[in-house]
Design a protein around this ligand. Structure first.
Ligand code: FES
Length: 253
């Protein structure tokens, strides 16, 4: 269990429709955060709801999060101003195991699954790898963070209004031979398609299932995830505690 840290908001800005970015001064969490982990943020004064939000980037002593407004809690979060205090728990969860992804990993994000890939590509670069990114969005108006990626990044949109017309899995299919491993975060159908391509190509693949999280503390069971047990049977894991990152082969699709 991690201790709470009181973070101070340095900046809050809107990135796209319903998508916000917070830069938070939080030295303890920033010093320990690994890519793929999340912070659990108390949202609102009256209600005691924490929201799990993935870490988008770390520039110690600051960390950056990007989130979608989905309800009361995230709306409250989007209204924070510089100098406001935030009650944070973290870093939490199991992040990406970069050592297993080889020298030329590709990081694939879909929609709100794009933000955690930013820090993951940075960490891979710091570890001496040559990462690439494939970033998928609904349409041009939903494109975020493109300029923040310091590695080769292919942007695609479902409707073709920007970048490559198509899904991240279409781009991956064409480029898979050039990579040594795959890390992905996004909606489950996207992850399933990527896991299948990885299997065909014989590439190690890790998926972050965080879109399935609710409470983030093992209490709501929203995040129960069917996994393959070693004896060939099904076992259930909690995305918030056992993940959010799993080996794609572990997940029952
Ligand atoms: Fe509620 Fe995991 S998110 S139990």
């Amino acid at each position: 269990m991690t201790n709470p840290e009181v973070g101070t908001v340095a900046q809050c800005s809107r990135l796209a429709d319903g998508l916000y970015q917070l830069v938070i001064h939080a030295p303890e969490i920033a010093s320990r955060a690994k890519c793929g982990q999340f912070v659990h943020i108390l949202c609102g004064e009256g209600n005691f709801l924490r929201r799990p939000i993935s870490i988008c980037d770390v520039d110690a002593p600051r960390l950056r999060i990007v989130f979608q407004v989905k309800g009361e809690g995230t709306k409250w979060l989007s209204e924070r101003k510089a100098e406001d205090k935030l009650d944070l728990l973290g870093p939490r969860g199991r992040g990406f195991d970069l050592a297993k992804l080889g020298a030329k990993p590709v990081f694939i994000g879909g929609g709100i699954g794009v933000p955690p890939m930013l820090y993951a590509t940075k960490c891979a670069q710091n570890a001496g790898a040559k990462p690439s990114a494939i970033l998928g969005f609904r349409s041009q108006s939903a494109v975020i963070l493109e300029e923040d990626f310091a590695c080769p990044a292919t942007v695609c949109t479902d409707d073709g209004s920007y970048g490559v017309h198509g899904f991240v899995s279409d781009v991956l299919k064409q480029q898979a031979a050039g990579f040594t491993g795959i890390a992905a975060c996004g909606p489950k159908p996207m992850l399933k398609a990527i896991a299948a391509i990885a299997q065909q190509a014989g590439l190690p693949c890790q998926v972050s299932m965080e879109e399935r999280m609710g409470c983030g503390i093992g209490a709501c069971l929203v995040c129960a995830c069917a996994l393959n047990a070693e004896n060939g049977e099904t076992r259930y894991g909690h995305v918030c505690k056992d993940g959010p990152v799993f080996d794609a082969e572990e997940v029952q699709w």
